[in-house]
Design a protein around this ligand. Structure first.
Ligand SMILES: [Zn+2]
Length: 387
């Protein structure tokens, strides 16, 4: 369904005439890849977003789907954060201005300083793609991820010179390929992708915006909203100002990327290790903290080798500590690991066989985000030693 209906970069030619001074990027072409615009880059990784339809009750649910879809894709896997999400009235400078209209969703590639809406999303599907009325959430999430991909400079993957997809192919100028063609990219008309970033989509964004530094991002409001602050690994005591600028008893949502784990408590405790009600947060998006909302006075952020049941850090996950050997089938289920995050300062020795408890048939994974283990390793790991 999505193959036929993804939007076009309709403003691209107009924008190229406005910003014709882009520099060619230096890119590592050995990495798996994507297709990126070489102009109109955001020079920040904290990108303002606003709604042209300011009434907060207007499409409240649909807006929440969009916000969540972006949090669980771009903000989970990359350095990019989207901030604001309020009314566009009175906003100046570059930002993503979203207008809701019953037409084909579309967005220009990259930053726009236009004093007009820059992104059009469809929430009703009365005229355009009526089939989406049966599955509005899936459609709204899928289109949002694709259009936000454009907004952060991704072009249609099928437009690459080495593409094997001719569906909606348009030659592009001011464009650079990163790595190899990706038939599954969320930016590819020929992909059956329900709004997920593929590892190569992420690599393309890392080429532009840098890699995701592990750290837990804390937010002042629910839904990853208002002031945000990122905590690298360490211990933070709210009563001593170490959770500022969010402050003590003021955290309402959290984002925990692959490669770290967070433990949050109501009180700092006499030994400064946390006390009262405590909660461990494995990698994920926590838009609502429930009983912990506005209660957190202590946060411990720990690097952890995180292993996941599915590609792209999806499904069940387990955090593995340094200096330990984990035997799958004993400590966890055997042969289920499909992606692994290895944070700085650690390495994971992964083995396909038990080898009498020390492992055999092994390789070492150094720091990195291994979003998709290849066929030789996927669902075959039986032992991991974490250094
Ligand atoms: Zn598109």
């Amino acid at each position: 369904m999505f193959n036929q209906t993804k939007s076009f970069v309709t403003f691209a030619i107009f924008l190229f005439t406005l910003f014709a001074c882009g520099k060619s990027p230096t890119l590592d072409s050995s990495r798996i890849g994507s297709y990126i615009s070489t102009v109109h880059r955001w020079n920040i990784t904290s990108i303002p977003v606003c709604w042209e339809n300011p009434d907060s009750n207007f499409f409240r649910q649909e807006k929440a789907w969009v916000r969540n879809a972006i949090a669980t894709t771009f903000e989970f896997y990359t350095n990019i954060r989207f901030v604001g999400w309020n009314s566009c009235a009175g906003m100046e400078g570059a930002r993503i201005r979203i207008d809701i209209r019953d037409e084909r969703p579309h967005s220009p590639a990259g930053a726009s300083f236009e004093d007009n809406p820059t992104m059009f999303l469809n929430f009703t599907f009365q005229k355009f793609s009526p089939a989406c009325q049966a599955t509005p959430e899936e459609c709204i999430r899928s289109y949002a991820v694709h259009e936000f991909g454009h907004a952060v400079s991704l072009l249609h993957e099928q437009d690459r010179p080495d593409s094997t997809c001719t569906n909606g192919q348009v030659p592009q100028q001011n464009a650079a390929t990163v790595g190899a063609y990706d038939p599954d990219s969320v930016m590819n008309y020929c992909a059956n992708n329900p709004g997920r970033l593929t590892p190569s989509d992420v690599k393309g964004l890392e080429a532009i915006y840098g890699t995701n530094d592990p750290g837990v991002t804390i937010y002042e409001d629910e839904g990853l909203d208002d002031t945000r602050w990122t905590l690298p690994p360490g211990i933070y005591l709210g009563n001593r100002g170490q959770l500022n600028p969010i402050g003590n008893d003021n955290i309402d949502s959290l984002l925990v990327p692959p490669g770290v784990t967070a433990r949050a408590c109501e009180h700092e405790g006499s030994d400064g290790r946390g006390a009262g009600r405590c909660q461990v947060y494995s990698p994920g998006v926590y838009a609502h903290l429930g009983a912990m909302g506005d209660m957190i006075s202590f946060v411990e952020v720990t690097p952890a080798v995180s292993v996941f049941e599915h590609w792209q850090f999806q499904g069940r996950s387990w955090n593995l500590k340094r200096g330990k050997i984990y035997i799958f089938g004993r400590d966890f289920e055997n042969d289920v690991i499909s992606s692994i995050a290895v944070p700085p300062g650690t390495a994971a020795r992964v083995c396909r066989d038990y080898g009498g408890g020390i492992g055999a048939n092994c390789q070492v994974l150094w720091q990195g985000q291994y979003e998709a283990l290849d066929a030789a390793w996927n669902d075959q790991i039986s032992l991991i030693e974490v250094y």
